[in-house]
Design a protein around this ligand. Structure first.
Ligand SMILES: Nc1nc2c(ncn2[C@@H]2O[C@H](COP(=O)(O)OP(=O)(O)O)[C@@H](O)[C@H]2O)c(=O)[nH]1
Ligand SMILES: [Mg+2]
Length: 247
């Protein structure tokens, strides 16, 4: 396999301190040499402590950069700014709260090289993946959602809502992203899927954060549902319109 330094990793950071340090250290120690840059996308509302820790990581490691998001709040805006700032052929997105397993980035990269895929998603529902310290009710709701939308989208991908994945940069650049907040996680899987890009998945275990709290709310689940239905409906309408034009 080619060993090229052509991977940008985008890590979103809001309230994390020790978790972001461990994320960077584990990314670096598991990397055989693919990662060229790790961009810490820091919320403008992050504490001085969080920002100092991120700047400290950038001083310590040449590959680490800090980008304080400038277009407004929300993890969607942070990732969209990061996608514009990323300079490499491949881009990974993940969280700085250690709920996204740093070692899985290299597994995604290898999967992409082996399969020629355009996008590789992390899957908590694939064999070998899983959840630790996840709320039981959320776990059941998540399972039902995944099963339903696997049918609606006709896909074997079985974790459509997880915000942990790897893209070819050309895919990221070819799509108009619209989410400002957490729906970016479902949008970044469903839009490439609808465009017909080759998608693969690797198993990974989600482990509940040990530090701070999620800023995601229960209400946002309805936004996921709304986006999943709207994107499917739009794609259906566009393909019907195209059929009419062609006939
Ligand atoms: N830069 C940035 N990061 C954010 C923002 N909101 C959340 N994050 C980070 O994005 C990651 C995922 O957010 P989290 O609240 O844990 O959501 P959940 O994992 O979906 O429950 C965490 O590392 C957060 O610190 C934001 O507005 N800006
Ligand atoms: Mg989280």
């Amino acid at each position: 396999m080619r060993l090229e330094k052509n991977l940008s990793v985008l890590v979103t950071v809001y309230t994390e301190t020790v978790s972001v340090v461990e994320t960077v250290e584990r990314l670096r120690s598991s990397d055989p040499g693919f990662i060229n840059e790790i961009i810490l996308l820091v919320s403008p509302k992050a504490s001085d402590e969080t920002l100092q820790i991120c700047r400290g990581l950038a001083d310590r490691f040449e590959s680490v950069k800090v980008h304080v998001q400038a277009t407004g709040p929300g993890v969607g805006r942070a990732l969209r700014e990061g996608m514009l700032a990323a300079g490499e052929e491949y881009v990974a997105i993940m969280s700085g709260d250690l709920e996204t397993e740093p070692e899985a980035v290299v597994r995604m990269y290898r999967k992409m090289q082996e399969s020629g895929a355009d996008v590789v998603i992390g899957s908590r529902w694939a064999k070998g993946g899983g959840f630790q310290n996840y709320n039981r009710v959320k776990w059941v709701c998540n399972w039902v959602f995944q099963k339903m939308f696997q049918v609606v989208y006709g896909t074997r991908l079985n974790d459509l809502t997880y915000g942990f994945k790897l893209f070819r940069s050309s895919v990221v650049q070819s799509i108009d992203w619209e989410s400002t907040h957490h729906t970016i996680y479902i949008e970044t899987t469903l839009k490439p899927l609808l465009r017909g890009y080759q998608m693969e998945q690797v198993p990974t275990v989600w482990i509940g954060r040990r530090e701070g709290e999620s800023v995601n709310t229960f209400f946002r689940n309805f936004e996921y549902l709304k986006m999943a239905l709207a994107l499917r409906f739009d794609a259906f309408r566009n393909s019907s319109a195209k059929l009419e034009l062609d006939s």
